[in-house]
Design a protein around this ligand. Structure first.
Ligand code: PRX
Length: 652
């Protein structure tokens, strides 16, 4: 944990407020009769067919199915539901590009655009169940392409624009997508990110891609393969076109989203249609109290689950108005975000602790120069928020008026799981705690043996009952799905996070319990980065760890053994950094690379990452009794000292 985080004493509450009671009571009701509770929530949405129960138990992971014989369409519920109502001419999306260009779409206009895009995909042969990879900057077409894909009953796989060639190729190959939607480029800090230039080498490795749809964003010359590539503006119909939404059964996959695990191969978390939709519909209101009057700005990138759930789907299911911004928060001036909030009248801001800590460093003059009085709720997501950042956010952005919703969830959970629920009740918040679980979330902190731990003790977070937003499998790998998530504590979802519940029942999320890093809110696998490093011809072995960082929470640090005869040099270090940037993406670039001669390993050759972390963070060797296998304390100590003296020797 970054310095200073542990020092904050936990505030306590001496009474249980009626607000808490209400939230607990709703949670209990949803758990006691999931079929009744979620069936009722779903009755507010459109289903072409409602047959059988809302919830059905299963013998295998994830041990439940939602709306198994109900039929619906996600794009219909986000868009068509509003056509012909008072909301059809209401703004669905305000978009601002980094250079300052602006576009606005009403629900009717967005619906028309989605129909146009769907007709292009349909003409390219995309149908029910086909996968479409979307690799776009933060432009409206990202939302439009997602909604168009699910309209056809097809499955989108959005790859974050900050990933590069190899990461994109691996994700396309795992999903076996037949169409890729991309753009010529995007804007970032005044420069063009050459997306098409990253795509072309990736496509040399992806045999399943038949067609590439290219959206013109930046306008620089790009190579177009005459057989494979199509400019969107050239193939999009000029006349109004309607594409009937394909009604699919509840568990039908709506999207895959690749996320990092503890192996080098990314995992395609597969989400359902109806359960996911109901979860987003419910949580968007319960947590953010969102209504059509609001202007909701979720600053996440569309390539992460937050962008999926709380840019594309949640607000539209509620008829909300969204703001989407393309570029960097501090470009061309550090006031860019505050200008946006003032200009559009943002009422709900949802962002990450990394962004908040970044602004905090610059001081409060920026926000002070702007009228932020339209704000009424502030949100936080992606990593633990330290109480100091919480307080700064509360005072300097929310002017002590706006409650902060610290929302804990994961790619796998589909939507928010533990958070203050302002749409249901008001109760005391504690800086740094995500407070209480959402309806139907049976969150329990357990010890190594799966036994519930007493209040105030740290343990592993588990979810002991299926919930509607739960992912349904890992794409193409049901065994890994069962093994990674449901075998550590049999029959129970293992979140791989440390957590603690305090005496008031509030949850405190304490970071990952596995080999996954959180870098500026992005989830990055240490092993995936090691694999990328190994692709470089000079690298024989590598070990990556996440080093604590006061702003980004963690930054990757790599220890590398070079191949025999390859001398370490600062030039090679630069080359390796560039190698990571072009193959995995700028978000994964290590903050530090150490060339070493030996890596600390257990007897069964597992890298001792915790030990490396202790050395890199210049801490004494921590508890080694839980290091895997029979590696002795003596061996661990020796390895620690060896690595320490090596790192002291090498120039930084
Ligand atoms: O460690 C937890 C952290 O982010 C992980 C999930 O990452 P990802 O799947 O990329 O989804 C991020 C956006 C939902 C979790 O296992 N995390 C997320 N939100 C919080 C958090 N840690 C503490 N507090 C949070 N509010």
């Amino acid at each position: 944990m970054p310095p200073g985080w542990e020092s904050e004493p936990l505030p306590t509450m001496s009474h249980i407020s009626p607000g808490i009671e209400r939230v607990l009571e709703i949670n209990r009701r949803a758990l006691a009769d999931p079929d009744e509770f979620w069936g009722k929530v779903a009755s507010e949405l459109y289903f072409a067919q409602r047959v059988g129960p809302a919830f059905e138990r299963m013998d295998d992971p994830p041990f439940g199915r939602w709306f198994p014989r109900w039929k619906t369409n996600l794009s219909y519920n986000c868009l068509d539901r509003w056509i012909g109502t008072d909301l059809q001419h209401k703004v669905a999306l305000h978009w601002e590009g980094e250079p300052g260009d602006r576009r606005t779409f009403t629900y009717l206009q967005l619906w028309k655009e989605v129909n146009r895009f769907a007709s292009v995909l349909q003409d390219l042969g995309v149908g029910e169940g086909d996968r479409v990879t979307i690799y776009l900057p933060m432009i409206p077409e990202a939302i439009i392409a997602m909604l168009a894909t699910v309209r056809l009953g097809a499955v989108h796989s959005v790859v974050f624009g900050g990933f590069a060639t190899q990461a994109l190729a691996d994700r396309i190959n795992d999903s076996k997508s037949k169409v890729l939607v991309t753009a010529d480029g995007g804007w970032r800090r005044g420069k063009i990110v050459d997306l098409k230039g990253l795509v072309d080498p990736a496509l040399l490795q992806t045999p399943t891609i038949e067609r590439v749809v290219v959206v013109k964003r930046t306008g620089q010359p790009v190579e177009m393969d005459a057989d494979r590539d199509r400019w969107y503006h050239e193939v999009a119909p000029t006349k109004e076109t309607k594409v009937a939404p394909v009604m699919v059964e509840g568990p039908h996959p709506s999207f895959l989203l690749y996320t990092s695990g503890t192996t080098g191969r990314p995992k395609g978390a597969c989400h359902s249609t109806a359960g996911y939709m109901v979860w987003l519909y419910y949580t968007t209101q319960a947590v953010f109290d969102l209504s059509p009057k609001d202007l909701f700005w979720c600053t996440a990138d569309i390539g992460w689950v937050t962008g999926h759930s709380y840019i594309t789907y949640g607000p539209a299911l509620r008829g909300g108005t969204m703001l989407m911004y393309e570029g960097a928060p501090d470009f061309p001036s550090p006031d860019r975000w505050w200008e946006l909030i003032e200009r559009y009248g943002v009422s709900i801001l949802y962002t990450s602790p990394t962004a908040i800590r970044g602004f905090m460093r610059r001081g409060d003059e920026g926000p002070k120069r702007h009228d932020l009085s339209s704000l009424r709720i502030l949100g936080s997501v992606g990593e633990p928020i330290n109480p100091e950042a919480w307080r700064w956010y509360y005072e300097h952005i929310g002017a002590r008026r706006c409650p902060i919703v610290d929302t804990w969830w994961q790619t796998e959970t589909g939507g928010i799981m533990i958070a203050p629920q302002l749409g249901l009740a008001r109760y005391a918040l504690k800086p740094g705690s995500a407070t209480l679980p959402i309806a139907g979330v049976d969150a329990v902190v357990v010890d190594e043996q799966g036994r519930r731990v007493p209040p105030g003790e740290r343990g592993f977070l588990t979810i002991q009952h299926p919930w509607p937003g739960e992912f349904t499998t890992l794409w193409g790998d049901p065994e890994r799905f069962a093994q990674v998530y449901f075998s550590r504590f049999p029959g129970v979802y293992y979140a791989a996070d440390f957590a603690m519940q305090d005496a008031d029942g509030y949850f405190w999320l304490l970071g990952r319990a596995d080999e996954v890093m959180k870098v500026a809110g992005h989830r990055i696998s240490t092993t995936e980065l090691e694999h990328i490093l190994l692709l470089h011809p000079a690298v024989a072995e590598s070990a990556v760890i996440g080093r604590s960082d006061a702003v980004k929470f963690e930054v990757p640090v790599a220890c590398i053994i070079l191949k025999p005869g390859v001398p370490p040099s600062s030039q090679l270090r630069e080359e390796l950094l560039l190698h990571v940037r072009t193959n995995m993406g700028p978000i994964a670039v290590p903050g530090q690379i150490y060339f070493v001669e030996k890596l600390p390993k257990t007897r069964s050759a597992k890298i001792m990452r915790r030990l490396i972390r202790d050395v890199v963070e210049e801490r004494p060797l921590g508890d080694v009794t839980t290091l895997e296998d029979e590696t002795s304390v003596e061996e661990a100590k020796r390895a620690y000292l060896e690595l320490k003296s090596e790192l002291e020797r090498v120039p930084k």
